[in-house]
Structures are given as C-alpha cells and as structure tokens.
Design a protein around this ligand. Structure first.
Ligand code: SF4
Length: 458
C-alpha cells in the first residue's frame, strides 16, 4: 500500500472511531502520572527503598529543573535561571536526598543506568557535576558497563563541563535539536545553529563520550517535508547512534509558554503523519532502524539489540534496555518506580526543597500497583515496544490470566478491525497501522478516559 493510501486509510478509520484528534499519553508509565493520587505513598518510600535486594542494580534519574532561557514549545517541568544561585540551593537539597537515600539503601547496590535530564543538566558547573557524581558514587557506584546519559544543551556546555562529565563516566549524550530551520526555530523560541551542534558533538566525541542521541520533533509550526528532510540529513552527518523522532504536542492549556506559538501554523494530523514518514524513510535509508513508536538506532546500538531480543522496555525516558526492577528519581517532580508502585516527588522546586530540608523523602503523589495494573501495564508496554501482544508471554509472567488477556485483546481487535490481526496467540498491529500504537494502547488504560493534557496521537 502506498504511504498516501495508508495515511488516508488510517485517518478515515480514526475519524469513524471518533479518535481523529485524540490526545493520548506517551505511556512512559502505567498508570500515567496525572492518575497518581496523594494517598500515603510518601510514607511507603522508605520501606520500598529498604526492600530493594542487597547487591542488586538500580536505575537512577536526576531531574535538573532549570534552563537559561525557556523555549516556547517545551512542556518540560523547568524554570528560568538567570544566575546559578537557585541552582546551588536546589543542589543542596539534592545532596540531602542522596544522603537520605543512602541511609535506606541495602548493602552492595550499584547503578546500571543513570540519566540526568531536565531542564538543562549541563547548566551545572564542572564543580557541581563532580560533587554530585561523587555523592551518588558514595551511596551506589556505577556498575561495570553502566550507561550514564545526560541531556545536553549545546549552548550550555563547554570544555570544562564536558571534561567533568567524561571524568564522571558519562557514556551517552542526548542532544536536543528539534529542527534546524531558522524560521521554525524562531517560531518555537529556540535558536540553535547546526554549526554549534556539530562542534559540540565533536567535543563530546573527543572527550570519549562515545554515544550520541539526537532528538528531533515533527509537527512543528510551518514545518513541511522539505524542512524535516533537511534537518534529518544534517543530523545524519553527525553520525548519531540513536535518533528520537517525537511528535510536537500543542497543549497551551497545560504548558502556557506554548501559547506563544500560533496554532494556525501547525500541521494537520495527516501532514504530521507525512512528516514522520518522510523522516523515517531518510533515517532508514541511512541504516538506522525503527525501534518502537519514535526511536531509530544503528544496528549495534544496545537499544536495537534489546529490541531484537525482546528485552526492550519503556520507562520515563522513553525506551530502555535496562532490566533493573527499581528506578529511583531524584529531584523535584522526579518519579521513582518500585515493584510495589510509583512515587513522585513534589513537582514545585520550593515544595521539594522544603520537604527534603524537613528531613524526609519528598514524595507527594504516587500509585500502589494492583495485579490488574501490572497486567495492563505489560500489555501497553508490549504494544509500544513490539507492536504486538503475545498471550503466552504475558501469561508466563502473570499465570492464570490467559482468558482475561484474550478478552481484553478481543475487545480492542473488534474496535480496530483491519488495522490489527487477532488470533489465539495474541494481537498484532499491522505495519501500516503502527503510527496508531498509542491510540491502541490507550484502549487498555483503565484509568485515563480524559483527553486533557496529553500528546496528539497523530
Ligand atoms: S527545550 Fe530544553 S532548554 Fe528549552 S525549555 Fe525545554 S528543557 Fe529548557
């Protein structure tokens, strides 16, 4: 089927289902964060940390909620910082949180995957970076072959910071790009030349920070297939190991900065599908393969290896190959995942600092898993990682649930008809319907029936 016919078929199907303009979670967790409640989860965190197996590995996420300048398109939880003094005050609290975590962590725990995001983690000075890495290593050192990835703003990093990060063991840089077109950049309030991106990439590689991820956005104002193709071609000259191709989500009622972007400059859902497809074809032509709904990687990338061997997982950073059963989130708004449930720190920086300064953990909201949650979470993860649900694999993990899983899959299959195949083995999303994976995943969400605050599905 040609791309054009496929797009027309999918969009007409969605129109019939009343889902054409659907806003759908990205499902980096299930339930999603807006569904967390303010019950007694904060009180559970110390015991959940103490229940981590001694000598096991964990994942760690550090949130740095500061940026020198706030980009209009960005819905991240971050705030402007003209000077470093609020950053230093925040880091004092993070150091206390690390010490508190260390007091509860069992012996011998190491970190298999550490990610610093934000905001702009590269706003931290070299001294701040070294002190943080040292404090973390004191409570849980990086495991052999650990991945340490950092979101890099090429305008807010330089030789001293790169040197500190490289010495700290950083292995992967995730560089935000979005689109290199100057008109699009001025409309979304983020100016970043190709030249500074290329030069920073070279500095990172010279410092032996080996792996490079590039983040692009489709669905931006004024963006057409020429723009996105030109940006992808420039990105490919940087030889990235991974490219994330996210859809821009215009939710000014949630992210007020986005009201600076005129909504009549945004592409329609059909055009968004074409933008994604144009970028996808170029990336694949250059040897990267698609992973899940929005990632592309070179053949020897560890995420690609995980995808090929059925080990791909979903977490708050999107896709991961990390098998650690526990993810600890440090900092304001950071979310931790334990086998027992989720716990999210106070979102406002001031509330986070207050809670930590008072001597306790800063969890404010969360969710305690039920058996049904874990089953639905696995189905949703499977759809977003593999575009299919294998009943035998799900029931191997959740014995006795076969009839329940089949019932859930059958309901969805009846709704989506020829876009999915359903049989005794499970459900399979047809290749041409993969852009609808999040919409299909949402059918398994027992909590989220509201469209507010989510990303555009197409
Ligand atoms: S895109 Fe990056 S630099 Fe811009 S506001 Fe968002 S987190 Fe900050």
């Amino acid at each position: 089927m040609s791309t054009y016919i496929t797009i027309m078929h999918m969009t007409s199907k969605l129109a019939k289902l009343g889902l054409f303009d659907a806003m759908v979670p990205r499902y980096t967790s299930y339930p999603t964060a807006p569904q967390f409640n303010t019950g007694n989860v904060g009180g559970d965190v110390p015991s959940w940390v103490r229940s981590i197996a001694p000598n096991s590995t964990i994942s760690l996420y550090l949130h740095v909620p500061f940026c020198r300048k706030l980009c209009w398109f960005c819905a991240c939880r971050t705030q402007g910082a003209v000077t470093l003094s609020p950053v230093a005050e925040y880091l004092d609290a993070v150091h206390r949180e690390i010490a508190l975590l260390g007091a509860h962590l069992p012996e011998g725990v190491t970190i298999s995957h550490m990610h610093w995001g934000g905001g702009t983690p590269t706003l931290l000075t070299a001294e701040m970076i070294s002190a943080l890495v040292g404090a973390i290593a004191d409570i849980a050192p990086l495991a052999p072959n650990a991945e340490f990835s950092v979101e890099v703003d090429v305008k807010e990093i330089g030789p001293a910071r790169i040197d500190a990060l490289a010495k700290a063991g950083m292995t992967r840089a995730a560089i935000g790009i979005q689109d290199f077109d100057p008109h699009i950049q001025s409309t979304i309030g983020r100016i970043q030349s190709f030249e500074i991106t290329r030069d920073t990439t070279q500095m990172l590689r010279d410092a032996q920070i080996k792996f490079l991820d590039a983040d692009l956005l489709f669905g931006l104002p004024h963006q057409d297939e020429t723009h996105i193709s030109a940006s992808v071609q420039k990105v490919l000259t940087l030889n990235p190991d991974r490219v994330a191709l996210y859809g821009y989500s215009h939710v000014p009622w949630m992210a007020r900065r986005q009201s600076m972007i005129p909504s009549d400059t945004l592409p329609t859902p059909e055009k968004r599908l074409k933008l994604f497809d144009a970028a996808r074809r170029l990336l694949e032509w250059d040897g990267l393969s698609q992973i899940g709904i929005d990632h592309f990687a070179v053949p020897d990338d560890r995420l690609m290896q995980a995808a090929k061997t059925g080990r791909l997982k979903r977490n708050f950073q999107g896709y991961t190959d990390d098998a650690a059963p526990v993810l600890i989130g440090l900092g304001a708004s950071a979310i931790s995942r334990f086998p027992q449930g989720y716990a999210q720190n106070a979102p406002a920086t001031s509330d986070y600092i207050k809670a930590i300064t008072a001597g306790g953990f800063a969890a404010q909201k969360g969710h305690v898993f039920s058996g049904e949650d874990l089953l639905r979470a696995r189905i949703i993860e499977s759809i977003l990682c593999d575009f299919s649900v294998d009943i035998a694999k799900v029931t191997a993990r959740f014995p006795g649930t076969g009839p329940r899983v089949a019932e859930l899959l059958q309901d969805v299959s009846a709704r989506f008809g020829d876009l999915v195949n359903f049989g005794p083995d499970g459900l399979y999303i047809r290749p041409e319907a993969r852009p609808l994976a999040r919409i299909i995943a949402k059918q398994f969400d027992a909590y989220d029936r509201s469209p507010a605050g989510h990303a555009a599905a197409l």
